[in-house]
Design a protein around this ligand. Structure first.
Ligand code: AMP
Ligand code: GLY
Length: 429
């Protein structure tokens, strides 16, 4: 699949976020060829999918060197936290993403919280514990509601928002005693409960300059009206009107820029995409969490609005030249609705035939694959989040109509999705 440009790109990951990354990179006039490890059947339309173990840095490096890859883009957090950027950079290869030291901002919640405390970056008050009894005493003193977080990576789980003291104490048992999230639970962060509307503001950075993207809003709960258990994200839209121009400026001035400056001051220059998960509280925006990578499904709505060559932006981040680049955004909106397997986020089946993908595309939707596989000449379900049906239009309401208009074309056994993605943006107006 050769294209017009000169760059050869390797994307690591195989979900909806990586499909969106490949889709945007494929539109770059600079890009000649894209490889993706491991990729998925949707990505296979744009890139050559390569079966390698994405946790094997040496195997990935050998592949990148052999294929003369000009730029590697890392989707998920795990390879970042395990130091893939350092491994490639030490061998002379360019990678978009933070170093292992910088990725601690996601890999260790206590690291992120201490950094914010030291540099006065607004976030919930907190305390860190390695001792169960001390953690429980603190909860009894503070009372509920209160938030308990396993310190390390827990695949998007590991956070308990406890509405009662008993729930909070049970969360300590679950995380620290039963090790429900493994070694991520050897230390916990206990946080003040914040109220407000949540939003995500992702930014490109070269370690100095910060370029914010369009603000997005994820929908984490499985059911409409934010009911039911948390998921990896059931849909997103951008731009999110809760992030007004004034709030966006505050987030850059009070959160994103100070964080990038703080990381540099601490000796861990942060390059790549910095994801700020925010609570827009009565006192202003505060950090819920940082991620060291693009969000999923935020990427599926943010990248379609980017009006500048993504490969050029990523190269500028790696080369420390972001200040010299004008990054433009389309004055449109994007909505992405996740089609999930029946039973998700609990146990679910895989291997169900998916039909109607081409018809949905004919209706104007971009169907990003999240958890799919090929079986003969069929596409089948292969994960909890299966597809992200995305639409771009003049505003959120029009994008909602376009995305939901295409969804009835798609069918697989057990398919479930939220009917209210984007509703908060529409109701606000
Ligand atoms: P996280 O994995 O850190 O994004 O947390 C998962 C979810 O828990 C967030 O999206 C919030 O809805 C909620 N949450 C996390 N921290 C807090 C907090 N301090 N106050 C209120 N809600 C929180
Ligand atoms: N959408 C939440 C995340 O990517 O962590």
């Amino acid at each position: 699949m050769e294209r017009g440009g000169a760059m050869r790109i390797l994307v690591i990951g195989g979900g909806g976020r990586e499909h969106a990354l490949c889709w945007k990179l494929a539109a770059s006039p600079r890009v000649k060829q894209i490889y993706c490890v491991p990729g998925n059947p949707g990505i296979a339309d744009l890139a050559e999918c390569v079966r390698l173990d994405s946790s094997d840095h040496e195997a990935l490096y050998q592949f990148a060197a052999q294929m003369a890859i000009d730029l590697t883009v890392v989707g998920p957090e795990l390879p970042l936290v395990n130091g893939i950027v350092d491994y490639f950079a030490a061998r002379g290869l360019k990678v978009f993403g933070p170093s292992q030291a910088a990725a601690q901002i996601e890999g260790s919640k206590s690291f992120a919280k201490s950094l914010m405390q030291k540099y006065n970056i607004p976030t919930a008050n907190f305390a860190v514990f390695t001792n169960m009894a001390a953690a429980k005493d603190y909860i009894r003193r503070q009372g509920a509601p209160i938030v308990i977080k396993a310190d390390g990576l827990a695949a998007g789980k590991g956070v308990v928002v406890a509405m009662t003291e008993n729930e909070a104490l049970a969360a300590i048992d679950l995380i620290m005693r039963d090790r429900a999230f493994g070694s991520a639970g050897s230390q916990v962060v206990i946080e003040e409960f914040m109220t407000g509307e949540e939003a995500s503001l992702l930014a490109f950075t070269d370690g100095y300059t910060v370029v914010p993207m369009a603000a997005a809003q994820d929908h984490k709960r499985i059911f409409d009206n934010d009911q039911g258990p948390n998921t990896g994200g059931m849909g997103a839209y951008a731009p999110a009107p809760v992030v007004t121009e004034a709030i966006r400026e505050r987030v850059v001035r009070e959160i994103l820029q100070p964080t990038v400056d703080a990381m540099r001051a601490e000796g861990c220059l942060y390059k790549g995409c910095l994801y700020a998960g925010l609570m827009i509280t009565a006192e202003g925006p505060k950090v819920v969490e940082f991620n060291a990578r693009f969000g999923d499904p935020e990427t599926q709505v943010v990248l379609p609005l980017l009006d500048t060559d993504l490969a050029a932006v990523m190269e500028a981040c790696v080369d420390g030249k972001l200040a010299g680049l004008e990054v433009k955004w389309k004055k449109q909106a994007a909505v992405s609705v996740v089609l999930a397997a029946g039973g998700y986020p609990g146990s679910y089946q895989t291997g169900h035939t998916i039909t109607g993908l081409e018809n949905a595309a004919k209706m104007g939707a971009i169907v990003f694959h999240a958890g799919t596989a090929e079986r003969g000449d069929e596409i089948v379900t292969n994960g909890g989040r299966v597809l992200a049906v995305t639409a771009i239009a003049a505003d959120v309401a029009a994008a909602v109509r376009k995305a939901y208009g295409a969804i009835p074309e798609i069918k697989f056994e057990g398919m479930q999705y939220r009917k209210d993605i984007g509703a908060k943006a529409i109701n606000r107006k």
